[in-house]
Ligand binder design. Sequence first.
Ligand code: GDP
Length: 198
Amino acid sequence: SDSDEEDVRQFKIIVLGDGAVGKTSIANRLVDDQFNQSYKQTIGLDFFLKEITLPGDVKVALQLWDIGGQTIGGKMINTYIYGAAAVVLCYDITNAESFENLEDWYRKVKQSFGKGGKSGKGEKGGKDSDGEGSDSGFPLCCLMGNKMDLGHLRAVKESRSAKFAVENNFLNYQVSAKSGDKVNLAFHQIGAALAKVM
Ligand code: GDP
């Protein structure tokens, strides 16, 4: 039959985190399988599209929104976050401050989705992954430590990031945009979680 014309589901994924943690590099690695050493601050919004094929031959398109040089107080942040199916919170494993600042980034996400509470606890009804994603409208959240190729300069212990991920019910990855390590894996698993193909 002609059912190859299946429509591919698209998911908006917003990549947040401090400047220079490697957000643009991660998106470039995922989409073009490239890495560019020179640092060019993203002006405005960069938009990337990546189609991936999941187990069972399910295709999904990931729309990656890179907020570029927008700071947490930037006027456009809420606009970017709006409607996101997933949020990737990025830090640089060699920069502890970039990890600590994710608390603020995550608070911003919760505010944008009308979760103004003091702690996110209890709002998702337990630890099951069932409460996340589009069911509640709240995005799937993923912690992503970048620059794993610089492991000798690590400033954020794995146990610390793991704790944050468990407490907030996040997926958790450590990647390197430079070497490409785990970038594809992470986004395939995010795509699978969004499409509920596990
Ligand atoms: P953004 O501001 O968060 O988008 O960060 P960029 O993607 O522009 O990267 C900031 C700087 O970190 C650039 O000089 C990159 O070349 C560098 N960088 C990004 N990812 C990696 C990585 O995985 N390993 C190393 N060693 N450097 C990286």
